[in-house]
Ligand binder design. Structure first.
Ligand code: NAD
Length: 332
């Protein structure tokens, strides 16, 4: 299969492309390689994909919010399916730089829907986020719950992406699957996220900032479990049969949570990191950050029932794997 993957230099895009290449697919990758975090990490991921994929990995360094540039880059490319993972991620940065989110996540998402429509894609899988659940207190979060009260602009753009997708499934019968990811971590992960920030600080003997005084819970999901769910989704386009799909659409549009179905206390994760790194963290207790939510917890019944998704990696196994990779990447 030939798959267009956006955000291919990013954490999830890179990890997915590796698995697609391993099973023999051709990957057409897009990424602007922006400097939201260390560009050297993105370049290192790309270099590995070039090595692994040979002529089955093709890369376009473009801004997908620029529609003429996007269509020009894809004019000579052939692909059957799309996985749209590129975005401006991060809850906290959306407070500082709201416009980046509108450009990448709203204009960019529309552009990929247009590509899917005009190129007759068999299926487009796209990234949403657990942040759409906002401050919902009914746990675990289910795709059947209302999500009308986002706590950050980032969350609002992801919810808007789901709504725009619904219209394309309705008007053009473009098969779409939206995946709400829950705090993904693992090798080749993101330097702006808690797991990396804490690992770096503890390793360097620097203090860590513990928000909401540690009273936080996250459904941490290991990257390999996420990729298994993304590939299962890619391989199963929603049928256009009028039946009610996960998330409530009667169009060819499904919404799934991909989490671990375990909501872990932040302090437990810090304990595991301290044990792995062999040093105690200096914890600076902080108030809740604007835009953040106290807890995330994924109900994964929909994706488990439809696609057989079964996450297998607990934080006791996944955190040490991340630490091992972090040490190797940073020179041991
Ligand atoms: N990692 C998580 O825990 C998590 C949780 C919820 C949702 N998500 C979503 O999953 C997707 C992938 O996340 P990730 O963790 O791999 O993030 P990432 O930041 O590592 O990757 C995103 C990539 O998109 C690229 N990009 C951004 N704007 C672009 C543009 N205009 N044109 C071309 N490329 C552009 C960036 O350069 C980056 O390499 C995102 O949509 C994110 O919002 C991730």
């Amino acid at each position: 299969m030939r798959v267009l993957v956006t955000g291919v230099a990013g954490f999830i895009g890179y990890s997915l492309a590796t698995q697609l290449l391993a099973r023999g697919d051709t990957v057409i990758g897009i990424d602007i390689v922006n400097d939201y975090y260390d560009v050297r990490l993105k370049e290192a991921r790309l270099a590995r994909l070039v090595d692994q994929g040979g002529d089955r990995f093709r890369f376009h360094r473009i801004d997908f919010a620029d529609y003429p540039a996007l269509t020009a880059a894809l004019a000579d490319e052939k692909f059957e399916r799309i996985i749209h993972l590129g975005a401006q991620a991060g809850v906290r940065y959306s407070i500082e730089n709201p416009h980046a989110y509108v450009t990448a996540n709203l204009v960019g998402h529309l552009n990929l829907l247009e590509v899917g429509r005009h190129r007759g894609a068999e299926h487009m899988v796209y990234a949403s986020s657990s942040s759409v659940y906002g401050g919902n207190t009914k746990l675990p979060f289910s795709v059947e719950d209302r999500v009308d009260h986002p706590m950050s602009l980032y969350a609002a753009t992801k919810k808007a992406d789901e709504l725009m997708s619904e219209t394309y499934a309705h008007l053009y019968r473009l098969p779409l699957t939206g995946l709400r990811f829950f705090t993904v971590y693992g090798p080749w992960g993101r330097p702006d996220m808690m797991m990396w920030l804490f690992t770096k600080a503890i390793t360097e003997g620097k203090p860590i900032q513990v928000f909401n005084h540690g009273d936080m819970y996250r459904d941490f999901t290991f990257i390999d479990d996420i990729i298994a769910g993304v590939i299962a989704s890619l391989d199963n386009p929603p049928p256009d049969d009028g039946a009610v799909k996960a998330g409530g659409s009667v169009k060819p549009h499904r919404l799934y949570n991909i989490g671990n179905h375990k909501s872990e206390h932040l302090l437990k994760v810090i304990d595991i990191l301290e044990a792995e790194l062999g040093r105690k963290a200096e914890r600076i207790m902080m108030d809740m950050q604007p835009g953040d939510v106290r807890q995330s917890f994924a109900d994964i019944d929909a994706i488990a029932g439809d696609l057989g998704y079964r996450p297998t990696t607990s934080i006791d196994v996944g955190v040490p794997k991340f630490v091992e990779w972090y040490r190797a990447y940073n020179g041991g």
